[in-house]
Design a protein around this ligand. Structure first.
Ligand code: FPP
Length: 254
């Protein structure tokens, strides 16, 4: 009988700084409504909050930041909001990519890009190519992404790559085919905007992630709000299935 083999390999000792942070940026629409502005004004301010968080992550030497920018379900929004978001992504990439590159940031888009228009696809490819060899923060933007889509595409890829293993796949085989196979699992998940849901984001990788929910609306999520999330993370005890006593033994032996 095969022993259980978990794909969760990198069990950190202590919880000082998260290596990988994944964020659901929620509350742009409500931020705008509170100010009697159109929803899109919230998305525009949301973009500023993205840039502020990226800078804070660089300052804190965080290795991976993953942002949920557009879910597979967001196509259901009114057509003019969807098209505003698409042009915000294009303009944002055009405007910011040189600065990302200067700061040694590597940009990767995860998600099914086949549904995007040609201009956006070109801009994404250009930005990924330009920053491909950077070694600082890896900034992954999840767009037209869904956790179930990701697991399914990984299963299909894995099956095509290793047909003779069918019926005998393990977690590590599957993890290697996920869209974010290049990153460790998130240590900290942040959702702004008050909802306490994962909303089909990184379903596989969030298994042992510390979850942090805040009522702060995304455009208001500034550096001090981020520091509160980090402080909450630093107060958690990450056990990965072990007992509390085992965790303190490991920590005190290091
Ligand atoms: C959720 O708020 C936000 C979005 C669906 C879009 C997020 C996009 C940005 C923050 C700007 C661009 C970002 C990148 C990385 C290119 P909501 O509209 O659901 O707010 P609500 O719940 O208050 O209605």
């Amino acid at each position: 009988m095969a022993f259980f083999s978990s794909a969760t390999k990198s069990i950190p000792i202590g919880t000082d700084m998260p290596q990988h942070i994944a964020v659901i940026m929620d509350g742009n629409g409500r931020w705008a409504r509170k100010r009697f502005l159109p929803r899109v004004a919230g998305h525009k301010r949301g973009m500023d909050a993205v840039l502020e968080l990226v800078k804070a992550c660089v300052d804190h030497n965080i290795a991976y930041l993953t942002l949920f920018a557009f879910s597979s379900e967001n196509w259901r929004r009114p057509a003019d909001e969807v098209s505003f978001l698409m042009s915000l992504f294009i303009q944002g990439l055009k405007r910011e990519v040189a600065k990302l590159h200067e700061n040694n940031i590597k940009l990767v888009l995860i998600g099914d890009r086949t549904r995007f228009n040609a201009e956006l696809i070109d801009q994404i490819e250009l930005s990924e190519r330009l920053t491909a060899n950077n070694t600082g923060l890896t900034l992954s933007i999840a767009a037209n992404y869904g956790g179930r889509w990701d697991i399914l595409q990984a299963v299909n890829k894995m099956h095509r790559a290793m047909p003779s293993h069918a019926g005998d796949f393990d977690e590590e085989h599957l993890a290697a085919h996920l869209a974010m196979h290049y990153a460790p699992e998130p240590d900290l998940f942040i959702r702004t905007g008050g909802e306490k849901r994962i909303s089909n984001f990184m379903l596989w990788q969030l298994a042992y992630t510390e979850l942090y929910f805040t009522d702060t609306l995304w455009p208001d999520f500034d550096e001090s709000a981020f520091n509160l999330a980090l402080a909450s993370y630093q107060n958690r005890e990450r056990r990965f299935g072990r007992t509390s006593e085992q965790v303190s033994d490991v920590a005190s032996n290091n």
